[in-house]
Write a protein that binds this ligand. Structure first.
Ligand code: DGJ
Length: 732
């Protein structure tokens, strides 16, 4: 009896204190969603709500009281930034050692404010302080209302008298309440990037992480989809799409607690990365970017695309250049004569630009293979006696622009640069060198190395102002992490992984300050590096060296959840066994380019390719700027089907690709379309037909959007028509 009384009394007191003391309610809202923070009696800031936005902001408080009751037990609190060494028994967002060696941290609410930056963008800042030590943390939540995207980061300020050390310093800490959580994450390697894995999160921690340093995405990217209650589909279910904007080591922890609720902590990987902050110094973490939808993955990905085009990717709402790249046509084996012939081929094909790939530089150790020359950025006099300037002019004469490949962060041990500056190279002084593609990484924490890397680009542009495109490659990971620079500057060597990335951004800032518009492709031996911080400086990225179109359908499908089409470079090459039309149709669903020997195309293939480039130009506005809808998932069907719809829903391009060659495989039935205006009438026309083939679609094919989205239309993709592109145009 007395026990029951005590329990009820405790509950009563607890409810009373809840309503009196849980004062600060901080709603962070987009048009459709809300994240609500609230302080408790100990001034801790917790997450009390995450989900669809409520109509009455005042009602957020009522949800909070419910959830608070259970969270107070067992050192589990739904913290908005979980500290370490005090009351929390969970995975921390932040762990530090104070100047006096103490390892505890408590963060109490100080103040918050929300500033509207314009009609769409707001920034909420929440300041937290340790009551016992002079350490301040500010949490930032930048909301993009229409796109339903939140960008979250934090700053940690050392106001102590001595140096503190950051051991873990996450960007974001979220807390979700749900019945179940299903995580889709990705893994892969060279030429097989972006393989999805869906798993139900069970008790314990699952972490996505990278320790590769430079090519951080090579085995696992920092992108994921998190479904609430049950796995989300394209159109249904609650799902969060998240990613970290950081071109280096990352760690994203998903910790399922004893209540089956989920704590997400995303940020720089703390692995071997203790970061000292001297008195007065501040550390800004990278951005964690996410969107949430309760209408499935399709809507969530369109949210992210709209945000990325408008706010993040360089020139994200602009246009792109189609190009012919020589990598697979020549590899390292070319000279001026061969190249000028290729310029003419590019013109014949109809593309905008010729891109000269690897192998154009170095003299003492010529770049005739991947084992020498990296670092020596002077034209190879044998291959290019008249230099890059001559090539730029010759390309222009032929009627195409000229772009060039660089890999400025790297060095081959067989190079003049290595001989001159071994202290610029990341390696352990007392250990054997360890190579990745016969090369090593330059130490970008060193300002002199930053100058050198910037100088490579600056020199190219200064000497060749008409240079129209850069492909920036990055083919090695960081082994033997050690910096001579940090050592000689008496700085902690554990800063290297972080300072490398910050050094890279400093260089890219300088490049963009001087050359704001030149399109640049982010490449990393395929898709080893892509994220939303790097894409501030790049117009596009190379998803994989694997351009086999069948593989690409799957890969591009997965990339498409996180990055809009305008940023995916998809090239027609000789990889795969499929006919040219299929290879071309697959490249057309991205930013199309070519890497083939044009002179080897027979007459019909050439005619087809010329027509494809022209067709692509006519549909590129819809593909680059339109909304993407996925109808038939290639992992579950004989074929893939997806479409792009432009802003006013007057035009659409619909792509269909066979992924099975089994007897009888094919569409065989109508595919309901998506994203059209039900009231509008659309004329359907098959495009990009191979010369001499007839379309199955009659000229009279005109239907309402309602019909097409309800009854659907059969694209008749089958073993005889392995890829089909249909253009839909509004008929008034
Ligand atoms: C790796 C890239 O992914 C390729 O496209 C090509 O540029 C080579 N590097 C050149 O070495």
């Amino acid at each position: 009896m007395s026990n029951r009384f005590t329990t009820q009394w405790t509950l009563f007191v607890s409810l009373l204190t809840t309503s009196i003391l849980y004062g600060q309610v901080i709603p962070i809202e987009t048009q459709q969603n809300a994240l609500v923070l609230q302080t408790d009696a100990s001034k801790r800031v917790g997450i009390s709500y995450f989900g669809p936005r409520l109509q009455q902001t005042a009602e957020y408080g009522s949800i909070i009281k419910e959830s608070r009751q259970q969270d107070e037990n067992a050192g589990i609190f739904n913290s908005a930034y979980t500290p370490s060494g005090s009351w929390s028994l969970c995975e921390p967002a932040i762990r530090i050692t104070h100047a006096d060696g103490n390892t505890s941290l408590e963060l109490q609410y100080q103040s918050h404010q929300t500033q509207k930056q314009d009609d769409n963008v707001s920034l909420t800042t929440v300041i937290l302080k340790d009551p016992a030590y002079a350490v301040e943390v500010t949490l930032y939540y930048k909301t993009y209302a229409k796109e339903n995207v939140v960008e979250q980061w934090s700053t940690i300020r050392n106001q102590e008298k001595g140096t503190i050390t950051l051991h873990k310093y996450a960007s974001a800490n979220l807390y979700f309440v749900g019945k179940q959580f299903h995580l889709t994450h990705y893994h892969g390697g060279w030429a097989h990037e972006m393989n999805p894995e869906e798993t139900q999160l069970k008790a314990g921690i699952l972490s996505l992480d990278s320790k590769l340093g430079t090519r951080a995405n090579l085995f696992q990217p920092p992108t994921f989809m998190l479904s609430f209650d049950k796995p989300a589909s394209e159109e249904e279910g609650k799902v969060l799409l998240g990613t970290l904007g950081w071109s280096g080591n990352f760690k994203i922890d998903f910790e399922t607690d004893t209540y089956n609720n989920l704590r997400l902590i995303a940020g720089i990987n703390p692995h071997a990365s203790e970061y000292p902050l001297t008195a007065g110094q501040e550390f800004k973490t990278p951005s964690f970017i996410y969107t949430y939808s309760d209408h499935g993955k399709g809507e969530a990905s369109r949210n992210l695309h709209r945000w990325a085009r408008k706010y993040r990717i360089l020139d994200g709402e602009g246009s792109r250049l189609t190009l012919l790249n020589n990598w697979e046509a020549t590899y390292f084996d070319f000279n001026e004569q061969k190249l000028t012939g290729l310029f003419a081929d590019g013109k014949k094909l109809g593309v905008d630009l010729f891109l000269l790939d690897d192998g154009w530089f170095a003299n003492k150790y010529p770049r005739n293979g991947d084992n020498a020359g990296l670092g020596d950025w002077k034209e190879n006099a044998k291959k290019l006696p008249h230099g890059i300037g001559y090539l730029v002019k010759e390309a222009q004469k032929a009627g195409v622009k000229f772009g060039i490949w660089v890999e400025p962060e790297m060095v081959n041990p067989k190079s003049e640069l290595y001989e001159k500056h071994p202290e610029w190279v990341i390696k352990q002084p007392a250990r054997p060198e360890h190579y990745f593609r016969n090369q090593l990484v330059l130490d970008l924490s060193n300002p002199k190395v930053q100058d050198f890397v910037f100088g490579i680009l600056d020199d190219l542009f200064t000497k060749n102002p008409d240079l129209a495109f850069i492909k920036w490659d990055c083919n090695a990971v960081i082994y033997n992490a050690h910096s001579e620079y940090l050592k000689s500057a008496k700085q902690a060597e554990s800063k290297l992984y972080v300072d490398y990335v910050l050094g890279l951004y400093k260089v890219l800032e300088r490049v963009r300050a001087k050359y704001p518009k030149v399109p640049m492709m982010l490449c990393s031996g395929g898709g080893g590096r892509v994220d939303y911080e790097a894409l501030k400086y790049f117009t596009e990225f190379w998803p994989s060296d694997n351009t086999d179109p069948l593989e690409r359908i799957f890969m591009q499908w997965e990339y498409s959840y996180f990055y809009p089409t305008i940023a995916h470079c998809d090239h027609v090459t000789d990889w795969g066994k499929q006919p040219l039309k299929y290879r071309t149709d697959v490249a057309m669903m991205g930013k199309m380019g070519y890497d083939i020997v044009v002179s080897k195309l027979d007459e019909k293939d050439l005619q087809f390719s010329q027509q494809s480039v022209a067709t692509y130009r006519s549909i590129s506005d819809v593909v680059w700027h339109g909304d993407l809808y996925r109808m038939v998932n290639p992992r579950e069907n004989d074929f893939a089907s997806l479409m792009f719809v432009n802003g006013d829903k007057s035009r659409s391009v619909w792509f269909n690709y066979m992924v099975s060659s089994r007897f009888g495989a094919g569409s065989g039935r109508a595919v309901p379309l998506k994203g059209l205006d039900p009231k509008k009438k659309y004329a359907l026309k098959e495009i990009n037909l191979y010369p001499g083939t007839q379309s199955k679609i009659t000229k009279e094919a005109v239907y309402t959007g309602d019909f097409l989205m309800t009854a659907g239309f059969n694209p008749a993709v089958n073993l005889n028509r392995t890829s089909v592109i249909i253009e839909l145009t509004e008929v008034k």
